[in-house]
Design a protein around this ligand. Sequence first.
Ligand SMILES: Cc1cc2nc3c(=O)[nH]c(=O)nc-3n(C[C@H](O)[C@H](O)[C@H](O)COP(=O)(O)O)c2cc1C
Length: 167
Amino acid sequence: MRVLLVVESHYGNTRKVADAVAEGLLPHDVILEDVWQAVPPTQVVDLLVVGGPTHAHGMSRAGTRRTAREDHPDGQEVHAGIREWLDRLPAVERRPAAAFDTRIARPRLLTGSASHGMSRRLRQRGYRLLDASESFLVEASEGPIAVGELERARAWGSRLAGLLAGR
Ligand SMILES: Cc1cc2nc3c(=O)[nH]c(=O)nc-3n(C[C@H](O)[C@H](O)[C@H](O)COP(=O)(O)O)c2cc1C
């Protein structure tokens, strides 16, 4: 089955998590695209997965992306994030999707979580969430990824693969 995984990452952490999720999704046919290059799927994909960092308790916006860039000029310049990509996503009827984010390793009440907004937007577009959204933790804004989180991301990818195969 064909999986499209679209990821936003400024400092590389969410991208590493996406790579681990993609590994878990094998042997499905996974296409992994950075959000600034990704176009909305024109061909039917069997599963759409979106992932991005938590910024200001939710998905990034132009202002938070600017701050990310100013704070760490070595980071990736991201002109449009998952929020804007989802805004352009054509509506479908009950197609499977899943969402994840990275966020700081603190209680979620303090950090917020971008994947909640992603899930809401996916549902609004007609997607059906295959699994609850997931957060993977980083120690600080620029990383590193917390111990064990890449393994958890791989396991979540495998879980999605199993859910997709079992439909
Ligand atoms: C402008 C900005 C705002 C942020 N706001 C939050 C936040 O509200 N909650 C949180 O958990 N992490 C926050 N973070 C930390 C990011 O979640 C972290 O940088 C991200 O997970 C790293 O992923 P990336 O390397 O893929 O960009 C923020 C980071 C930046 C740059």
